[in-house]
Design a protein around this ligand. Structure first.
Ligand code: PLP
Length: 391
C-alpha cells in the first residue's frame, strides 16, 4: 500500500499487542470495527486490562503505559509512513527528543548537533551537559566536512534537523549518515518540518526519526504529541522502549486518537500547504526590500540538496527578512489581519512569529526574520495581507 492510502484509511499492521495476533506487515488491516461496522477507529480510554480465571492476561496487555490499543494503532501508521519497523508516541515532541538523546548518552559521551534549529534542543543540551558531563558541539550541519571534523571517539549521536527551524537550512542526510556511521555514531533526524510526505530519513541512512507530532502530523493545533520511528528493532530501540515504560512519558489516549484522526488528512494538507508556501515564496521574493528563505527557491543555498532528498515539495514553512531590524519586523506583524500571530506551526491556520523575540538575546535568528507557517487559506488572501503589511 502507498503511504497516502495507509494514512487515509488509518490502515494498521495488527490490532493487538499480542504477537500471536499480529499480521504479516504487508497484510494491512482496515480500521473497520468487526463487531459494529464502525468506519472510524474506536478510542480506547482504559488504563488497565483484565485477566481471565487462570490469571492470564486476556490480550497480553496489563496497563496503559506502553500498550494502549489506540496508541498501537497510531504507531503502526507512523512506522509505515516513515518506512520504519516500529514507532513510539510520546507526550510531546520534546519528550521524544530528550528520550532519544538520553537513551544514547552516558556521562563522558559527546553529541554533534546543529547550531540552528529548534532552540529548545540547544537549551536542553546546555542544561543536561553541565549536569551529566555530556560534551556537545553545535556545528553547521549543512557542511559535511564540518560534521566529520566535529566527531570524537566518544561521539554517540549526530543530530540533524532538516529543514531547520526557522532559517530552513537543509542538511544532507545520506552524506551525514555515512560520516556518522564511519565515526561509530548514530544519526538521529528531527523531520518535523519535512514530514513523511516530503522526506524519509530512514531510507537515506538515519537510525531514528523524531517528530513533533503537535505540528503537521496532528495538524490542527489542538494536540501536543511526539513520535519516534526506528530503522531497526535493535538494542538501542529496546533501551528506548524501556525508557518510555519506566519514565511513563506516554501520550494521552484522547491525544493518540486525535493524532490518528489528524494523520488521515496528512497528505492532502501538507501537499496543499507546500504548494501555497512555494507560491508565496515566489511572490514575496518579488517584493522590493524583502528576502525570502525557502528550500524550494533556487536562491536557497542548499536548494540542490533539498531537491535531491525531499520529494513532492519543500514543505509549508518559510521565513522572510523584512529589513529594518526587529522594529520593522514587529511593525509588519502588527498590521497583519489574516495571518495569526502565534507560535507553533503545521496547523490549518497560517501563523506568523517573530522568532528572535521568543528565542532571547543569544539567538542566532536574524532580528528582522518573520517565520511563516502556511495553512490552508487561499494563497491570494495570505499574500495580499503580507504585501499590504510590508508596504
Ligand atoms: N522539533 C521542532 C522542529 C519543533 O518546531 C518543535 C516545536 O516547535 C519541537 C521539536 C518540539 O515539539 P513539542 O512542542 O511537541 O514538544
Amino acid at each position: 500500500m502507498k503511504p497516502e492510502t495507509i494514512a487515509a484509511q488509518a490502515l494498521h499492521a495488527a490490532s493487538s499487542a499480542n504477537p500471536a495476533h499480529a499480521d504479516a506487515p504487508q497484510a494491512w488491516r482496515r480500521s473497520i470495527d468487526a463487531e459494529t461496522g464502525a468506519v472510524v477507529p474506536p478510542i480506547h480510554l482504559s488504563t488497565t486490562y483484565a485477566r481471565d480465571a487462570s490469571y492470564a492476561l486476556i490480550d497480553d496487555r496489563d496497563y496503559l503505559r506502553d500498550k494502549g490499543p489506540t496508541h498501537l494503532h497510531v504507531e503502526h501508521v507512523l512506522a509505515a509512513l516513515d518506512g520504519g519497523v516500529s514507532a513510539m508516541t510520546f507526550a510531546s515532541g520534546m519528550t521524544a527528543i530528550t528520550t532519544a538523546l538520553r537513551g544514547a548518552l552516558a556521562p563522558g559521551a559527546h553529541v554533534v548537533a546543529p547550531r540552528t534549529g529548534y532552540y529548545a534542543l540547544r537549551a536542553w543540551l546546555a542544561h543536561m551537559a553541565a549536569r551529566w558531563q555530556i560534551a556537545y558541539d553545535l556545528v553547521d550541519t549543512t557542511r559535511v566536512d564540518t560534521v566529520r571534523a566535529a566527531l570524537r571517539p566518544t561521539t554517540r549521536v549526530v543530530w540533524l534537523e532538516t529543514p531547520a527551524n526557522p532559517t530552513w537550512e537543509v542538511s544532507d542526510i545520506a552524506a551525514i549518515a555515512d560520516v556518522a556511521h564511519a565515526g561509530g555514531a548514530r544519526l538521529y533526524v528531527d523531520s518535523t518540518v519535512a514530514t513523511p510526505v516530503h522526506s524519509r530519513p530512514l531510507a537515506l541512512g538515519a537510525d531514528l526519526v523524531v517528530h513533533s507530532a503537535t505540528k503537521y502530523l496532528a495538524g490542527h493545533s489542538d494536540v501536543l504529541a511526539g513520535a519516534m520511528i526506528t530503522r531497526a528493532d535493535d538494542a538501542a530501540w529496546a533501551e528506548l522502549r524501556l525508557a518510555r515504560r519506566e519514565e511513563g512519558a506516554v501520550l494521552g489516549s484522547v491525544e493518540a486518537w486525535l493524532l490518528l484522526r489528524g494523520m488521515r488528512t496528512l497528505y492532502a494538507r501538507v501537499e496543499r500547504q507546500s504548494a501555497t508556501a512555494a507560491q508565496l515564496a515566489q511572490r514575496l521574493a518579488a517584493v522590493p526590500g524583502v528576502s525570502v528563505i525557502y528550500p524550494g527557491l533556487a536562491s536557497h543555498p542548499q536548494h540542490a540538496v533539498a531537491a535531491r532528498q525531499m520529494h513532492g515539495g519543500f514543505g509549508g514553512m518559510l521565513s522572510i527578512l523584512t529589513g529594518g531590524g526587529a522594529a520593522r519586523a514587529l511593525a509588519v506583524i502588527g498590521k497583519l489581519r489574516v495571518w495569526v500571530t502565534a507560535t507553533s506551526l503545521g496547523g490549518v491556520e497560517s501563523l506568523v512569529e517573530h522568532r528572535a523575540s521568543v528565542e532571547g538575546p543569544d539567538t542566532p535568528t536574524p532580528p528582522d526574520l518573520l517565520r511563516l507557517s502556511v495553512g490552508l487559506e487561499h494563497a491570494d488572501d495570505l499574500f495580499d495581507d503580507l504585501a499590504g503589511a510590508l508596504a
